[in-house]
Design a protein around this ligand. Structure first.
Ligand SMILES: NC(=O)c1ccc[n+]([C@@H]2O[C@H](COP(=O)([O-])OP(=O)(O)OC[C@H]3O[C@@H](n4cnc5c(N)ncnc54)[C@H](O)[C@@H]3O)[C@@H](O)[C@H]2O)c1
Ligand SMILES: [Zn+2]
Length: 430
């Protein structure tokens, strides 16, 4: 597959050129040193001057600047920048997008501080007075209470409407930071730097921001596209193994819903995936990000086709909730959910058994679960009823027809859902 080029990007779609950087290339070595030491002290110099500035709301310039090894995916008013060097370009790109800003705020969690500090250095090198706000890690921080604390800190840091909030972290930080940016002073510019695999292929893409309530996850939020999303797969090297493998659940999902070629690539490159080969990861996150951008671009507010992104999630969410969000990571729940939903698709005659078998094999090769230990049936049933994507109290399913092709909005009988749950839940059939 191909790699890139673009200097001052315009609204053109991503560009492919055929020269891929070999793993031992200077670019690759730079990425490696960026991981161990934070960031290079000297900011990189980028070619050419910007075209006539296009200004968006709040005087934000839309055109961004980034290295030639970065691929760009346009998404509504935003853009995704994917490449192993892109973290080095955050400072200059934010500066180009917000030429009148005086200061910047970086939001992160304690596990991502090294990347946040590097990003802050890049912003300071562009003349932006930058503070770093770091939270303890974890979903428990994704609340209105944390948002309120952050509003307070933004006010104290003399944030004005031009001040960019750069969110460096997993889905918790990009959801929370995106929400704070969308609401503080009725909206300040947000830039996202996802550092988990789930964040790079999913959470940071599409403009959904939000926080949790005690009543449920993501119950308060907005649809707000960030200024840009910087996706650098090199940061995945430090991700804990369970988080990494869980993210692969979403990756397999993209293969199943839209991209049989990606599915085949995952099968062929499974060893490289296991050892987190940066070149292979870059290709994977690019393909997944592109699919999500295409789907969201066609249906921003989830009124139609965006539903396909929920493959594996109807049952997956119910399993996650039944385990009180402690038993299964989200990607693991999606993996088991895909197994159950592929079973339903097969039983309904939509897909042959070979589809279920191929998916099961790939999930297991990735190290993902396709079965889960005992879970209370009543809680699963309650969670299925509460599913936000319900239409008139009955969950609608996304079901596979082939590898790379799904059907959405399918109603399934309670008996068949129960049979699917029996196949994936181990232990006594209570
Ligand atoms: N907005 C959306 O469309 C969307 C989509 C899917 C999920 N989400 C949300 O995303 C959240 C889950 O995101 P997540 O799985 O990224 O979890 P997370 O943000 O909690 O990150 C997982 C853990 O990995 C650590 N970490 C992150 N990057 C690291 C790195 N490079 N090296 C070392 N450690 C690192 C974090 O500190 C954390 O402990 C949930 O709140 C979910 O609701 C949102
Ligand atoms: Zn998901």
């Amino acid at each position: 597959m191909n790699v890139v080029r673009t200097a001052w990007a315009t609204s053109a779609p991503y560009f492919d050129i055929s020269a891929r950087q070999p793993s031992g290339s200077p670019a690759m070595q730079r990425s490696t040193s960026a991981i161990s030491s934070g960031f290079p002290a000297t900011p990189r110099v980028y070619p050419s001057a910007p075209p006539a500035a296009e200004f968006g709301p709040g005087g934000i310039r839309r055109s961004l600047c980034y290295p030639a090894t970065v691929r760009e995916i346009p998404l509504l008013s935003s853009r995704l920048l994917v490449g192993r060097d892109v973290l080095h370009a955050v400072g200059s790109a934010v500066r180009a997008a917000a030429p009148k800003a005086v200061r910047a705020v970086v939001l992160t969690d304690e596990n991502c501080l090294r990347y946040a500090r590097g990003v802050a250095r890049g912003l300071r090198a562009e003349g932006l007075a930058t503070v770093v706000e770091s939270l303890p890690p974890g979903e428990s921080r994704k609340t209105l209470a944390t948002a309120a604390k952050l509003y307070d800190r933004l006010a104290r840091a003399r944030t004005d409407r031009l001040t960019p909030l750069v969110c460096v972290g997993g889905g918790v930080i990009t959801d929370l930071g995106g929400f704070v940016a969308a609401t503080f002073m009725r909206g300040i510019p947000a830039f996202l730097v996802p550092t988990t695999l789930l964040g790079q292929v999913d959470a940071a893409i599409g403009g959904k921001t939000g926080v949790n309530l005690v009543h449920g996850k993501n119950l308060v939020g907005t649809f707000t596209q960030p200024g840009a999303v910087f996706i650098d797969p090199a940061v995945l090297r430090t991700l804990p193994a369970r988080e990494y493998v869980a993210g692969l659940g979403e990756v397999v999902k993209y293969g199943m819903i839209r991209d049989a070629e990606l599915f085949g690539f995952l099968e062929t490159e499974i060893d490289a995936i296991r050892r987190r080969d940066p070149e292979v990861l870059e290709e994977i996150v690019f393909r997944c990000a592109k699919i999500k951008a295409q789907v969201v671009g066609a249906d921003e507010r989830e009124s139609g086709e965006r539903a396909i992104l929920n493959y594996g999630h109807t049952i997956g969410h119910a399993l996650e909730a039944a385990g009180q969000y402690r038993k299964l990571h989200h990607g693991e729940a999606v993996s088991v959910g895909m197994e159950a939903e592929a079973f339903i698709g097969m039983e309904m005659g939509l897909a042959p058994i070979e589809v279920l078998a191929a998916q099961n094999r790939l999930l297991r090769l990735c190290g993902l679960p396709t079965r889960v230990g005992r879970l209370p049936r009543a809680r699963i049933a309650a969670a299925l009823k509460l599913d936000k994507k319900n239409e008139s109290g009955r969950p609608r399913f996304v079901l596979p027809e082939a590898v790379g092709k799904v059907r959405y909005g399918v109603e399934v009988s309670d008996d068949l859902v129960a049979a699917a749950l029996r196949t994936v839940i181990l232990g006594p059939k209570s």
